[in-house]
Write a protein that binds this ligand. Structure first.
Ligand SMILES: [Mg+2]
Length: 397
């Protein structure tokens, strides 16, 4: 079997997605996700100019060797653009291998370790009544674990709360005041616990905005509310920052959605500074790399909590669901659904019932693509927001 064609498909059904399609001489086709939110075309160019031409004529069954060629052979290792490109090729090759075997991907990863994959959804509100309505809406959709984000008194535009554009075509600028946030958030969790009871698993994302000292204070103040995890409390690239948080709190910690390789986790895992690894298949070099990460994490009783916003395409999400069903140290899967138009382009195969995902039983990843519908939804330039303190200083987003 030989690879005879490999192409990049870029579309924008509600938001932008970058998909790789690899075709073989035996008519088997594989799909991969290369979507890097806000930097999509950089990965598309990396793939079409530097990666895909080198695959033509190669053996699609040699997944590990292809991965090593793209990682070690490029000399320039790591980084989100490189690792998203490698991930897309890796997913497409796993898709092909599983289709050739006539099995859903999770069967090639060891088979099912559970019946279904638990997810968490997102609830957010400017104030408590709006937040409670949002939690109830997620519960009505079936979610059994919920991430809580809240507006902060005195701030107009806060992460994950409804925003308005500043200047059309330019990034949204959000507001931040760490002192106001640290004063406000414990009361939000106390109110949510009082309203929804002790059993609902609650999560919270700090979006890398605190110092280690501030994070330790927040973690201690949230301990009475029994969080499932506290996410991204410090800037992720500073692995040693979590030592101070760990010394002061038993709150479970999750980090890693901006990591690209296992080396980003080396200190965090071996020193047991975290409880959940967050890297999505799409930005971490694919199934090959995330399976190794999870096996490494398992040695330290650290579980999966893979990143799953709407900018991980349904192709990347399908791969996460197969992995989540198969690995023993599964924790939870983030899943917030997709824009309605995305369903015209991607037919994901997996199902979402009672807050749980279950992969397709079709051979491969189980995702199919409607390329005609894709043409009706072209790419549109878009940006991630950025964040400023009240005096105008740029802060972490
Ligand atoms: Mg996060």
């Amino acid at each position: 079997m030989k690879i005879v064609d490999a192409s990049v498909l870029v579309c924008g059904p509600g938001r932008n997605y970058v998909t790789v399609r690899i075709e073989t001489d035996e008519g088997v086709t594989g799909l991969g996700d290369a979507t890097l939110n806000g930097r999509e075309l950089s990965v598309a160019a990396y793939l079409s100019e530097h990666v895909l031409p080198t695959l033509i004529g190669g053996d699609p069954q040699r997944i590990e060797d292809t991965w090593q060629q793209l990682y070690r052979g490029a000399y320039w290792r790591r980084g989100p653009v490189t690792m998203a490109a490698i991930a897309a090729v890796d997913l497409a090759l796993w898709d092909i291998k599983a289709k050739v075997a006539g099995l859903p991907l999770y069967q090639l990863l060891g088979g099912a370790s559970r019946d279904r994959v638990r997810t968490y959804g997102h609830a957010a509100g400017r104030d408590l009544p709006e937040l409670f309505d949002s939690v109830r809406a997620r519960q009505a959709e079936g979610y059994q674990a919920i991430r809580i984000q809240s507006g902060i008194p005195g701030l107009q535009r806060v992460y994950s709360i409804a925003q308005t554009e500043n200047t059309p075509g330019m990034p949204v600028v959000e507001d931040w005041d760490t002192a106001a946030y640290l004063r406000h958030i414990p009361g939000v969790f106390e109110a949510v616990r009082n309203e929804f009871g002790p059993e609902l698993p609650l999560l919270h994302d700090v979006h890398h905005r605190l110092t280690p000292q501030q994070s330790a204070r927040l973690a201690k103040s949230l301990e009475p509310y029994d969080l499932f995890w506290l996410e991204d409390c410090t800037p992720a690239e500073d692995q040693s920052a979590l030592r101070l948080v760990r010394q002061h709190s038993t709150i479970p910690l999750a980090i890693g959605e901006v990591f690209n390789t296992v080396f980003d986790y080396q200190t965090l895992i071996t020193e047991r500074l975290i409880d959940f690894v967050r890297s999505p298949v799409t930005h971490f070099g694919g199934v090959t790399a995330v399976k190794k990460l999870l096996d490494f994490a398992a040695l330290y009783q650290i579980r999966s909590g893979l990143h799953g916003p709407a900018d991980i395409s349904p192709v990347g999400m399908a791969a996460a669901v197969h992995l989540g069903l198969a690995v023993h140290n599964f924790g939870i899967q983030e899943y917030s659904g997709y824009p309605a138009q995305a369903a015209e382009v991607f037919h994901p195969g997996y199902t979402f019932t009672d807050g749980h995902l279950r992969p397709s039983e079709a051979p491969g990843l189980g995702v199919t693509l409607d390329e005609q519908a894709m043409a009706a939804h072209p790419y549109r330039r878009d940006y991630l927001p950025y964040n400023r303190l009240l005096d105008g200083t740029l802060h972490d987003w």
